[in-house]
Design a protein around this ligand. Structure first.
Ligand SMILES: [Ca+2]
Ligand SMILES: [Ca+2]
Length: 148
């Protein structure tokens, strides 16, 4: 019984934290927070470098607590919040808007806040923290195959 409980605890807690990849989460801490925002800014400033150490070094200059370690770098397939096929400052604006709106899951609120910051951001297609490439979640919930 105790072993079962420990296994469940492990499955429910540790594994998702290790394996779950969410949009706009770049370090090994599962929260999507100010540090992830800083990593994204650093990556943009470094001209979308593929060097993790460059991103972390720049991030620490901006915000010393953003010291990694990173689990991945930003990329279009994971972090394109406005769905325009580019990872750029517009997606950053949506991230900022979402944080300012206390990480609300209401698309309209986040979008309106983003439009207040810059009216050219486009429309929100996914929120920060959305699971990446996890087709088993929609399949389980809706019964519809998303990625055949
Ligand atoms: Ca994080
Ligand atoms: Ca985009």
């Amino acid at each position: 019984m105790k072993r079962c409980f420990l296994v469940c605890l492990f499955m429910c807690g540790l594994i998702p934290q290790l394996l779950a990849q969410n949009s706009f989460n770049f370090d090994t801490a599962s929260d999507v927070d100010i540090k992830d925002l800083i990593y994204y800014i650093s990556w943009l400033q470094a001209e979308k470098t593929s060097s993790v150490s460059t991103v972390v070094a720049r991030a620490m200059e901006i915000y010393p607590a953003a010291s990694g370690p990173l689990s991945r770098l930003p990329d279009v397939s994971s972090d394109d919040l406005n769905g325009d096929g580019v990872a750029d400052i517009k997606d950053l604006i949506f991230m900022i808007a979402w944080m300012q709106a206390e990480k609300i899951s209401d698309f309209t609120v986040v979008e309106n806040r983003a439009l207040e910051i810059w009216n050219g951001v486009g429309s929100l297609s996914k929120l920060p923290g959305t699971p990446i490439g996890d087709s088993t979640v929609p399949v389980t919930i809706t019964g519809i195959q998303v990625d055949p």
